[in-house]
Write a protein that binds this ligand. Structure first.
Ligand SMILES: *[C@@H]1O[C@H](CO)[C@@H](O)[C@H](O)[C@H]1NC(C)=O
Ligand SMILES: *[C@@H]1O[C@H](CO)[C@@H](O)[C@H](O)[C@H]1NC(C)=O
Length: 275
C-alpha cells in the first residue's frame, strides 16, 4: 500500500517535471539572466508561465495572460543563425487547456482532428489562428522572433500564438523589424551571451470579437554578458499604432514600464540594470 502511494507520488512528480505550463519557471531558468525572471508588476491577474516546449525540448519562456489571450513577455537567449526559415504555421498550447495535457506546443488542427480537444475548448484559454486571420492592419507579431534563433527547430518553436500579439503591421515590418535585425546585431557585438525579454503592454481595445487584446506598446530589453559578467544593457519601446522605435537605456525602459504597469518593474537582476 505504501509502495503504491510512493509510486503514485513519484509518478506525479515525474509528470510535473515534464509539464510545460508551470507555477514557476523552474524547468527553464536558462532563458533568464542568472535564472531570475522579472519581478511583480508585470504579472497579470491570471498568468500562465510557459516553458515553451517543442519537439521534446525547451526553447524559451513566456509569461502568458489568459484573460487577454496575449503574452506579457517572452524571455530568450539571442542566438541568431543562418538555418533555413521554417514555414509560417502557428501552434497553440495544450497545457493552457489542461495542465496535464501534451507538454509540447501543437497545431490546433492536430488537436481537433485527433479529438483531443474541440476548437471551443482551445479558444477558451488562448488565441487561435482564426483570431488573426481576418485582421487587416495588424500582424501576428512575434515577441521572441524566429530570426533570433539558430536552428530550424528553435525557429519553428517561435510560431506559437502564446508568443504573438496583434502588432501594427507597418511597425512590425519596418521599424520593429529594423530594431530586431539591424540594431540588435550591432549592439550585441562583443557579447558572449545576450539575454532578451520582449513584451507587450496590454491596451484598452480588443480584436476578434473582443477575444484578443491589442497591446498599447511593444518593448524589448537586452542584457549583454561580456565574458560572464554583464557588460552592457539597453531597451527599446514602441507605441503599437505608429512606426517608431525608441532605443533607450535599460533604466529608462524600466521607468517607462513602471508607469505603464502602475508598479515597479525590474527586468534583470541588479548587476545588469546598473550597466
Ligand atoms: C526533432 O528532434 C529530433 C531528435 O533530436 C531531430 O532529429 C529532428 O530533426 C527534430 N525536428 C525538427 C523539426 O527539428
Ligand atoms: C561564454 O559563455 C559561455 C556560456 O555561458 C561560457 O561557458 C564561456 O566561458 C564564455 N566564454 C567567453 C570567451 O566569454
Amino acid at each position: 500500500m505504501l509502495g503504491l502511494l510512493l509510486l503514485q507520488v513519484l509518478a506525479s512528480c515525474l509528470w510535473l517535471g515534464h509539464s510545460e505550463v508551470v507555477n514557476s519557471f523552474e524547468s527553464c531558468p536558462q532563458f533568464f539572466y542568472d535564472g531570475i525572471p522579472p519581478d511583480g508588476a508585470l504579472n497579470p491577474n491570471n498568468p500562465a508561465r510557459i516553458c515553451q516546449r517543442f519537439n521534446n525540448s525547451y526553447h524559451y519562456a513566456t509569461l502568458y495572460d489568459r484573460v487577454r489571450r496575449i503574452p506579457v513577455y517572452s524571455a530568450y537567449k539571442y542566438q541568431p543563425g543562418d538555418d533555413e526559415k521554417p514555414p509560417r504555421k502557428w501552434m497553440v498550447e495544450p497545457q493552457l487547456i489542461d495542465r496535464k495535457s501534451l507538454p509540447d506546443m501543437k497545431f490546433d488542427w492536430v488537436l481537433t482532428n485527433e479529438n483531443i480537444f474541440t476548437l471551443d475548448q482551445i479558444k477558451e484559454s488562448q488565441a487561435i489562428p482564426d483570431d488573426y486571420n481576418r485582421l487587416k492592419d495588424l500582424d501576428r507579431g512575434h515577441l521572441c522572433p524566429s530570426g533570433h534563433q539558430f536552428s530550424k527547430e528553435r525557429m519553428m518553436a517561435t510560431f506559437t500564438l502564446t508568443n504573438a500579439v496583434p502588432q501594427d503591421k507597418t511597425l512590425n515590418n519596418d521599424k520593429w523589424n529594423k530594431y530586431e535585425y539591424k540594431t540588435m546585431p550591432q549592439k550585441t557585438q562583443g557579447c558572449n551571451t545576450t539575454y532578451v525579454i520582449t513584451g507587450a503592454v496590454h491596451g484598452n481595445t480588443y480584436v476578434s470579437n473582443n477575444r484578443v487584446n491589442r497591446p498599447s506598446h511593444i518593448w524589448s530589453a537586452a542584457c549583454c554578458l561580456g565574458d560572464k559578467e554583464p557588460k552592457d544593457a539597453w531597451g527599446a519601446i514602441a507605441e503599437n499604432d505608429r512606426n517608431r522605435v525608441e532605443v533607450v537605456s535599460l533604466e529608462e525602459l524600466e521607468k517607462r514600464l513602471s508607469d505603464l504597469y502602475n508598479g515597479k518593474v525590474t527586468l534583470f537582476k541588479n548587476a545588469c540594470s546598473q550597466k
